[in-house]
Ligand binder design. Structure first.
Ligand SMILES: [Ca+2]
Ligand SMILES: [Ca+2]
Ligand SMILES: [Ca+2]
Length: 251
């Protein structure tokens, strides 16, 4: 069983007993580091949808706990203030963005309510695909903002959180970084795909206190996989982009 799937199993077990907690931060550096300790489990409780049942459909009023995050579905609100509700679905295709499974928002809002269950998250990253219509965003309970291009969010601060967006004009894929502490994040769209919501893991993979050859070995050992501890840019694959980030933090 991979670390990812074992952690997810652990998360589900904890939910069922009502005692969910973040992955342990008590891992210590040692010659042999337990797989579950790599990266401190920093993004183990963020939805990436890869463990969700493919084809799952959610509607307004539903509440689920992907990877331990309280996730609720609400009506979308158009830019004239009209509310309505379609559905969300866990899909594998549907847009060229990211890898593996993702969540398609079809005229619906999804809210990740971190503070209410698993704890606030700092400096989230997310991958998106926008393919038409309008979108909504609310952060930390701010009034909903209605917009038509993700790129419009670049440089804006909402709910005390500043956003940095790559791409996001016209149909296609992009990424968004949320700079600050996110207690809750609501996103809505009409033809909108989201994935890779995560907090980047520490570059010091083995927790030794510095970034060096051992960390590089872990990254190379995970090359081509989607393990979280070496996926520093949250795009669900371990590749040259992550290697560049590790080398940039060397020492
Ligand atoms: Ca995914
Ligand atoms: Ca290290
Ligand atoms: Ca990556």
């Amino acid at each position: 069983m991979s670390r990812f799937s074992s952690l997810s199993l652990l998360a589900r077990t904890r939910i069922s007993t009502g005692t969910f907690a973040r992955a342990s931060s008590t891992c210590v550096a040692s010659a042999v580091v337990a797989a579950a300790c790599l990266g401190g489990g920093a993004n183990a409780d963020i939805p990436r949808w890869d463990d969700a049942i493919l084809g799952s459909v959610y509607s307004c009023g539903d509440a689920i706990y992907p990877n331990g995050v309280l996730t609720k579905f609400y009506q979308i609100v158009d830019c004239n203030g009209w509310n309505f509700c379609g559905n969300a679905q866990v899909v594998q295709g549907g847009s060229p963005c990211n890898v593996d499974q993702r969540l398609n928002l079809n005229n619906i809002a999804v809210s990740f309510e971190f503070a209410a269950h698993s704890g606030p998250e700092d400096n989230l990253l997310m991958t998106f695909g926008q393919f038409g219509g309008f979108m909504n965003i609310s952060i930390n309970g701010s009034p909903r903002f209605c917009f038509t291009q993700m790129g419009q969010l670049d440089g804006q601060t909402i709910g005390g959180v500043t956003m940095q967006v790559t791409n996001g004009f016209g149909n296609g894929c992009g990424t968004i970084a949320f700079i600050g502490t996110v207690d809750s994040l609501l996103l809505a769209g009409q033809e909108y795909w989201i994935d890779g919501l995560c907090v980047p893991t520490p570059r010091d993979i083995d927790g030794s206190g510095d970034v060096g050859a051992a960390d590089l070995a872990y990254l190379l050992g995970a090359w081509g996989s989607n393990v979280e501890y070496a996926d520093f840019n949250c795009d669900e694959k371990v590749d040259a982009a992550d290697l560049a980030i590790l080398l940039d933090a060397w020492g």
